[in-house]
Design a protein around this ligand. Structure first.
Ligand SMILES: [Zn+2]
Length: 277
C-alpha cells in the first residue's frame, strides 16, 4: 500500500512557533541551514529509493535555486509552501493570492514545470480562512494539503475529512485535499505522523498506527521539515509549549525516519493520486 511523504522546505527561523523570539526582519541575519538539512533528507530518500513531495517556501527557493534543482533532478515532486510563510489567517485574500502567485512564479522559473500542489504555513487553512480554497482553485492548483482535521491552538479544522477527497470542483476542474495523518481515539482525531507528533510518539506507536490504517486500506500522509533533522541548530527560548514542540527529540528524527522508510512504502502526492497527472 502506498502512503504519501511530504517535506516542508523552510529553515528553523521561519517556524511560526518561534515567532515570539525571532523577528521576521531579522531572518536574513541567522545562519542558513536549510540546504545542508534538505540534502540530508535527499540522501536518506535515495538510500531507501523513495520519492516525496517537497513543499518549498518561495523565499528559500529564491535564495537557493540550486537546492530546488537538486530536489527536482532527484525525481521528487516540487510544490508550494507559499512565499513568505505568513499564516493564511494573517493575510487578506488579496495578499494570499499575491503570496501564492509569487511562490509559483519563483518555483516554475526554476523547474520549468507547472506547480500543482500547495501547503499553507502552519496548516493555516481553517474554518475562518476557507476562502483560501476558492483562491487555490481559481489559480489552477490541483491539490491542497493544508487542512489539519484536529483541534489545536494555531491551526486545525476538527471536523474536516481525514482522508484524500475532492474539496472543490467545477466541470473538469478539480481541487483535491490531502490531510495529514490522524487516528481516531477517545472520540477525537489525534495527529500521529508528522512534525512534532512524529518526534513525540515512540516510533513503535507510529508504526502500529500506520499499519492499522493501511490494513483498512487507508493511506497516510506524513510530513517533516529539514530543521527537524538538525539537533545542532541554533537554540532559542520561546514559551515552554513552543520550546518543547520545536526541540523535542530532534536527535531521533533521522533514525526514526529511516525506520519509517524501511517499514512502509511512500511516494509523492502526484504519484499517489494518478488522477492529478
Ligand atoms: Zn512551514
Amino acid at each position: 500500500m502506498k502512503n504519501m511523504l511530504s517535506i516542508d522546505v523552510e529553515d528553523y527561523y521561519h517556524v511560526s512557533g518561534l515567532s515570539s523570539v525571532i523577528r521576521r526582519a531579522d531572518w536574513e541575519n541567522y545562519p542558513k541551514r536549510v540546504v545542508e538539512n534538505t540534502h540530508k533528507i535527499l540522501r536518506l530518500l535515495d538510500v531507501h529509493n523513495t520519492k516525496a513531495t517537497f513543499f518549498i517556501l518561495g523565499i528559500v527557493a529564491e535564495s537557493f535555486p540550486e537546492l530546488v534543482k537538486a530536489i527536482h533532478k532527484a525525481g521528487h515532486e516540487i510544490a508550494s509552501h507559499g512565499y513568505g510563510h505568513q499564516p493564511v489567517y494573517e493575510l487578506t485574500e488579496t495578499q494570499f493570492r499575491q503570496d501564492l502567485q509569487h511562490s509559483v512564479y519563483t518555483l516554475e522559473r526554476i523547474t520549468s514545470e507547472p506547480i500543482k500542489g500547495y501547503r499553507a504555513p502552519s496548516f493555516s487553512i481553517i474554518e475562518t480562512t476557507s476562502w483560501a480554497i476558492d483562491v487555490l482553485f481559481d489559480l489552477g492548483f490541483r491539490y491542497d494539503s493544508s487542512i489539519y482535521p484536529i483541534q489545536y491552538d494555531r491551526y486545525g479544522w476538527p471536523n474536516a475529512q481525514r482522508f484524500p477527497h475532492v474539496i472543490k470542483s467545477h466541470g473538469d476542474d478539480v481541487l483535491w485535499e490531502f490531510p495529514p495523518c490522524t487516528i481516531r481515539a477517545l472520540g477525537r482525531n489525534i495527529p500521529i505522523a508528522g512534525g512534532g507528533y512524529f518526534r513525540f510518539f515512540p516510533y513503535r506507536f507510529t508504526k502500529a498506527c500506520i499499519q492499522k490504517l493501511n490494513a483498512k486500506g487507508l493511506p497516510t500522509m506524513v510530513y517533516l521539515h529539514p530543521w527537524e533533522f538538525d539537533p545542532d541548530q541554533p537554540k532559542f527560548q520561546p514559551e515552554f509549549k513552543n520550546r518543547i514542540r520545536h526541540y523535542l527529540n530532534l536527535d531521533k528524527t533521522e533514525s526514526r525516519f529511516s525506520e519509517l522508510l524501511k517499514d512502509f512504502t511512500f511516494t509523492t502526492i502526484s504519484d499517489f493520486a494518478t488522477q492529478l497527472n
